[in-house]
Design a protein around this ligand. Structure first.
Ligand SMILES: C[S@@+](CC[C@H](N)C(=O)[O-])C[C@H]1O[C@@H](n2cnc3c(N)ncnc32)[C@H](O)[C@@H]1O
Length: 275
C-alpha cells in the first residue's frame, strides 16, 4: 500500500497548514477525544459495501477506516502526509485496503462525479476558502450520491477553543473564513445551495471525559493538537504571553467542565443528497 502524491506542489499557505497539522500527535488526539465520531459519520452517510467513498481532510483515517470496515472502496485524502501515513499503518495492521492521497480540499485530484459518498469528519472545515472547498466536494460527488459532514460549531467547545487561540494564531490567508462557520446551519446551507436536496443538519455532542482537570486538558492539547501546539510555541520566549494563553485555555476547559472533567463538545452533523 502506498501513499499517493498526485497533487501539485502546495502553495506557501498550504505548506504552513500542512506543517501545523503535522505538529504534535493529531492521531492520538482523534483517538482520545473523538473515537466514535468517524463511525457516527459513516452511519449517517449510509455507507455500504462496494460504494466509492471519499473522506476529505481524513487525517489519520478516523472516518475512513470505519468506512473501509463496511467493505466500501475508500479513498482517504488530506493535506498532511504524516497523518495519512499514520492512517495507512493502522489500515495495514487491520488488513484494510484504502487509497491514501495527499490532496488539498480546495483542489481535489478527482474526476467529476467520481464518488458515491463524500464524507468529512471535522476536516473540510479547516480549508480556508469555504466556497472553494464546498465546490470541490460537490463536484466529485455523483448525482444522487450522499454527503455527510461533522463540523465543530462556533458555540461549541472547539469553536470556542479556536476563538480563544486567535490572538496567538498565525494570521489567516486573505479570504479565509473561520473554520467553525461550517458548524453553522445557514452557512452550510448557503455553501451547498441547490446542488443538494434533503439537507439535514442536527446539533450533536461528543462526551469528552479523558481529562480530569483543565490543566490536564491544556497540557495534552498543547503537546498534541497542531493549532494549540503552534500557538503555544509562538510564545515560547514570552513568559507573560505563555501564562495568558495557558490561563485562557484553562478557563475555557473549567467553564465547560460539568463535573469530574466531563465536557460536551458540540458539532453539526450534516447529511444531504447531491442533485
Ligand atoms: C481536526 S483534523 C480532522 C482529521 C480527521 N478527519 C479526523 O476525524 O480525525 C483536520 C484535518 O484537516 C486537514 N486539512 C487542513 N486543511 C486542509 C486542506 N486545505 N485540504 C485537505 N486537508 C486539510 C488537516 O491536515 C487535518 O488532518
Amino acid at each position: 500500500m502506498t501513499v499517493h502524491h498526485p497533487a501539485p506542489a502546495p502553495s506557501e499557505v498550504k505548506q504552513r497548514h500542512r506543517a501545523l497539522w503535522a505538529l504534535g500527535d493529531y492521531a492520538s488526539v482523534a483517538d482520545v477525544v473523538i473515537p466514535g465520531l468517524g463511525a457516527t459519520l459513516v452511519e449517517a452517510g449510509g455507507v455500504r459495501a462496494r460504494e466509492r467513498v471519499l473522506d476529505i481532510a481524513a487525517g489519520s483515517g478516523n472516518a475512513s477506516l470505519w468506512a473501509a470496515r463496511t467493505g466500501a472502496d475508500v479513498t482517504a485524502s488530506d493535506l498532511t502526509p504524516e497523518l495519512l501515513e499514520a492512517g495507512r499503518a493502522r489500515a495495514e495492521a487491520e488488513g484494510l485496503h484504502l487509497r491514501w492521497d495527499v490532496a488539498d480540499a480546495e483542489d481535489l485530484p478527482y474526476a467529476d462525479a467520481d464518488f458515491d459518498v463524500v464524507l468529512s469528519c471535522v476536516g473540510v472545515m479547516f480549508a480556508p476558502i469555504h466556497e472553494a472547498a464546498a465546490a470541490e466536494l460537490l463536484r466529485v460527488c455523483r448525482p444522487g450520491g450522499r454527503i455527510a459532514l461533522a463540523n465543530w460549531t462556533p458555540e461549541g467547545f472547539v469553536g470556542r477553543l479556536l476563538a480563544t487561540l486567535k490572538p496567538w494564531a498565525a494570521t489567516p490567508p486573505p479570504g479565509a473564513q473561520p473554520p467553525p462557520l461550517w458548524g453553522s446551519e445557514p452557512h452550510v446551507r448557503a455553501l451547498l445551495g441547490d446542488a443538494v436536496t434533503d439537507l439535514r443538519a442536527e446539533r450533536r455532542e461528543v462526551i469528552v471525559d479523558a481529562f480530569a482537570t483543565p490543566e490536564e486538558f491544556r497540557r495534552f492539547f498543547v503537546e498534541r493538537y497542531g493549532p494549540t501546539h503552534a500557538a503555544h510555541r509562538s510564545v515560547a520566549h514570552d513568559p507573560a504571553q505563555q501564562v495568558a494563553l495557558e490561563t485562557a485555555m484553562d478557563s475555557l476547559a473549567a467553564d465547560a467542565d460539568e463535573g469530574g472533567g466531563t465536557m460536551r463538545w458540540e458539532y453539526l452533523l450534516v447529511t444531504a443528497t447531491r442533485t
